[in-house]
Design a protein around this ligand. Structure first.
Ligand code: SF4
Length: 64
């Protein structure tokens, strides 16, 4: 693995369903605005983070 990939959340798209922080709980958390944010970009394995990205119902999470 050459470079660490960083996930980002598009807060305008996020509906605060909480799925991403259920799947990758060390990476994502819900902020005071009820929307997801990145707590620790390398908090979980890339596979877990990818699973969270794939599970987001509004495609609000992306790499980069
Ligand atoms: Fe927001 Fe998507 Fe995470 Fe749900 S899975 S809280 S919509 S970023």
């Amino acid at each position: 693995m050459d470079s660490e990939r960083i996930p980002t959340v598009n807060k305008e798209a996020c509906i605060g369903c909480g799925l991403c922080n259920t799947i990758a709980e060390n990476t994502f958390e819900l902020g005071y605005d009820g929307k997801a944010e990145v707590r620790d970009p390398s908090g979980d394995t890339e596979e877990k983070i990818q699973e969270a990205i794939d599970s987001c119902p509004v495609n609000a999470i992306s790499w980069g």
